[in-house]
Design a binder for this molecule. Structure first.
Ligand code: PLP
Length: 413
């Protein structure tokens, strides 16, 4: 008899039987408020009728039409539709299946386009678990331990995590940019660097919004040294942060390559990189992609997802409900010393647990996470030490459901 592989460690005991909107139901019919959204994926909620209908229709029409052999309409329509939400000048899109694959596609493109090999990533960043993406990832030792040697040509620089350093944001940014300049002048000479890869909100590393001045500093250095700027928007894209793209919290900032996945198809495996055509042309045919990339059903679902995001005003909803959620979490934390910091950008809300000395306290975060699940509220943890509880509800969450989540959270606390 086959068994589940032991490396599959479930964070909650829940066996999901079905999902509807922001709720999951287990095999006994118990209802859970799902503030995990499948790790920030099901942005239009579970089984949104419009997404279900689009996928059902496509399943009965054409399931798979591999894009290097035959082109299909769902992919072409999706590209056209994404033109409505991509920043000006970012007009070329290429599809694969997962966030990690898209990250690797962006690295491949950056190396192809610049003829340089080094990629600079930032401490605490998460870019995936495939070998290339893991080589860029430092948000948890378990991701890299024992699987080396890692892909070469990767250098790291500090991320301006002000709270953890005990600094103001300005101090953290000054430090991180100074260190980056040191790296560019020594261990990773600027003339060898193909790209910076950065998350607009540090995700798995602790839900830390990346300061605007740091992103501007990266852009300025990228322009100065001919380095490409990759925005890993796998978690922050598609409205999650209250703007369509996470980098749009910084006025006038445009990355060279955007990596997107998760909310792109709200549960169907689909990811993409987007870049200006002149840059994308540097990737030669056959050097990117995979058998399932741009699957017809996933593309059809993604078209419906984008329509729902636009028609139902989900980007604005993420902003409004996110503000409400953070305010409620702040109120619930009053007088609770174990909570050191609360951060939010749209519907990415992080609650950092610390011990009496201000050090990361993963054990307490794990207890509160389990208590919330027992109350019927599904949450996740993140942070290098697992000490940040995070809330990522579907973008369709209503004000009443935020209240419901806050009531369950308060009981769990
Ligand atoms: N990049 C970021 C910012 C992510 O948050 C993730 C996943 O959480 C990935 C990349 C990897 O995506 P996937 O798990 O789909 O490979």
């Amino acid at each position: 008899m086959a068994q589940l592989a032991p490396q599959l460690k479930q964070a909650t005991p829940v066996q999901a039987a079905r999902g509807e909107g922001v709720y999951l139901y287990d095999t006994d019919g118990r209802r859970y408020l799902d503030f995990t959204a499948g790790i920030g994926v099901t942005s239009t909620g579970h089984c949104h009728p419009k997404v279900v209908a689009a996928a059902q229709e496509q399943v009965a029409t054409l399931i798979h039409g591999q894009y290097t052999t035959v082109m299909h309409q769902p992919l072409l329509t999706l590209v056209e539709k994404m033109g409505e939400v991509l920043p000006d000048g970012i007009d070329s899109v290429f599809f694969v299946n997962s966030g990690s694959e898209a990250v690797e596609a962006s690295v491949r493109l950056a190396r192809q386009a610049t003829g340089r090999s080094t990629i600079i990533a930032f401490d605490g960043g998460f870019h995936g678990r495939t070998m290339g993406a893991a080589a860029l990832t430092t948000s948890g030792a378990k991701i890299r331990a024992g699987i080396g040697p890692m892909m070469g040509g990767v250098a790291f620089a500090p991320f301006p995590y002000a709270y953890r350093y005990g600094w103001t944001e300005d101090q953290a940014v000054d430090f991180a940019l100074r260190e980056l300049d040191r790296v560019l002048a020594s261990t990773a000479p600027a003339s060898d660097v193909a790209a910076f890869i950065v998350e607009p909100v540090l995700g798995e590393g602790g839900y830390v919004p990346t300061p605007a001045r740091f992103l501007q500093g990266l852009r300025e250095r990228a322009d100065r040294h001919g380095i490409l700027f990759i925005a890993d928007e796998v978690q922050t894209g598609y409205g999650r942060t209250g703007r369509f793209w996470g980098h749009q919290h910084v006025d006038g900032l445009t990355p060279d390559i955007i990596v997107t996945a998760k909310g792109l198809a709200s549960g169907f495996p689909l990811s993409a990189i987007a870049a200006p055509k002149a840059l994308m042309e540097k990737a030669w045919p056959g050097s990117q992609g995979g058998t399932y990339g741009g699957n017809a059903v996933a593309c059809a679902a993604a078209i419906a997802v984008l329509e729902v995001v636009q028609e139902e005003g989900l980007v604005e909803n993420a902003r409004v409900q996110g503000e409400k959620l953070v305010a409620g979490v702040r109120e619930a934390a009053e007088g609770i010393g174990a909570i050191g910091d609360i951060r939010g950008r749209g519907l990415m809300v992080g609650i950092e647990f610390v011990d009496a000395n201000g050090n990361p306290d993963g054990a307490t975060a794990a207890k509160v996470h389990a208590a919330a699940a027992a109350q019927g509220l599904l949450l996740l943890t993140c942070g290098v030490q697992g000490n940040v509880v995070r809330m990522i509800p579907p973008l369709v969450v209503t004000s009443e459901q935020v209240d419901e989540g806050l009531a369950l959270w308060t009981k769990a606390l």
